[in-house]
Ligand binder design. Structure first.
Ligand SMILES: NC(=O)c1ccc[n+]([C@@H]2O[C@H](COP(=O)([O-])OP(=O)(O)OC[C@H]3O[C@@H](n4cnc5c(N)ncnc54)[C@H](OP(=O)(O)O)[C@@H]3O)[C@@H](O)[C@H]2O)c1
Length: 272
């Protein structure tokens, strides 16, 4: 029997949209799943699918070798994990709750004092994508614990271990989300701008989507110059970039739209 087919005892604490999707993937993968949610009704459907429902978060943690937390925020994680130190001692805990890098490191200091192998995770998917081909999850922290349960974690999506620093997964996570939000902000404003000329956001989406995909393929080429500034090869001069952004800024103003977004981009991309 290979490691991928060994049924593990796994707990999921938090059955919101994401926690429920994670628990379903674990059940589908044949694992022994114990769940707990603050509002018990959210566990009912999973119980029907074969999950054990614990009466408390500590009871759920005691029932598993691998403990997964997916609650609202860092405060909710600490509220349930800290009183359950005895239940998680010697175990692997994976926190898939979105937190900041420093919150992850601070929880790591607590975990180290309790002999808990802590892994922090950043889920790069919405609940409907969990277990599908496009989902991936970033992990950092306890690498031995990650390797031990890699086959279980792969059930959620591709498992990417990004470093021993517990803050690493969260830092990659927010950096990727920063790119996403910049794209959505520019699209939202662009939609308003093209509408001022009788165009539509729908037409813009059809034109902008493929262009941005082509631009995204250039990111890897920029990386060496960011990783090592001595290798930096400027693709466009600051003057060129500033002039291009100033033109967007001017066009936004002409169409009666705000210009702050482009001011920030100009500052971020050029030294001018
Ligand atoms: N949804 C996504 O697309 C997505 C993607 C990536 C990462 N995430 C992350 O996954 C985590 C959960 O997200 P979600 O989408 O499942 O959110 P959600 O549907 O709003 O669920 C929030 C969960 O947190 C629980 N909770 C809140 N405060 C709590 C407390 N003090 N003690 C115990 N439980 C508490 C809620 O319990 P009740 O049911 O009792 O309210 C519920 O189970 C978040 O950190 C989120 O950033 C979500």
């Amino acid at each position: 029997m290979t490691n991928t087919t060994v049924a593990q005892r796994v707990s999921v604490i938090g059955l919101g949209a994401m926690g429920t999707a994670l628990a379903k993937a674990l059940l589908a993968g044949g694992h022994e799943v114990t769940v707990w949610n603050r509002t018990p009704a959210r566990a009912e459907a999973l119980a029907a699918d074969g999950a054990q429902v614990a009466a408390s978060s500590a009871e759920a943690m005691a029932a598993a070798d691998l403990v997964i937390l997916c609650v609202l925020d860092d405060a909710a994680v600490r509220e349930h994990l800290e009183p359950a130190a005895a239940q998680v001692r010697g175990k692997v805990v994976v926190n898939l709750t979105t937190t900041s890098p420093e919150q992850a490191r601070a929880l790591g200091r607590w975990a180290a004092a309790q002999q808990v192998e802590l892994i922090d995770g950043g889920i790069m998917a919405v609940p409907e994508m969990i277990g599908g081909p496009a989902a991936f999850v970033l992990y950092s922290g306890a690498s031995a614990g990650f390797e031990r349960f890699r086959a279980v974690l792969e059930l959620f999506g591709r498992a990417e271990f990004v470093g021993a620093d517990l803050g690493a997964a969260a830092m990659y996570d927010v950096s990727i989300l920063g790119g996403m939000y910049a794209m959505f902000a520019a699209f939202r404003q662009g939609g308003a701008m093209v509408r001022s000329t009788g165009g539509s956001a729908a037409r813009l989406a059809a034109l902008m989507g493929p262009f941005l995909q082509a631009m995204a393929s250039l990111l890897e080429g920029y990386a060496p110059g960011i990783d090592n500034p001595a290798d930096y090869v400027q693709q466009q001069s600051d003057e060129f970039t500033a002039a291009a952004i100033d033109l967007i800024d001017k066009s936004a103003a002409e169409s009666g739209n705000p210009t702050q977004l482009y001011t920030v981009l100009r500052d971020g991309l050029t030294g001018l």
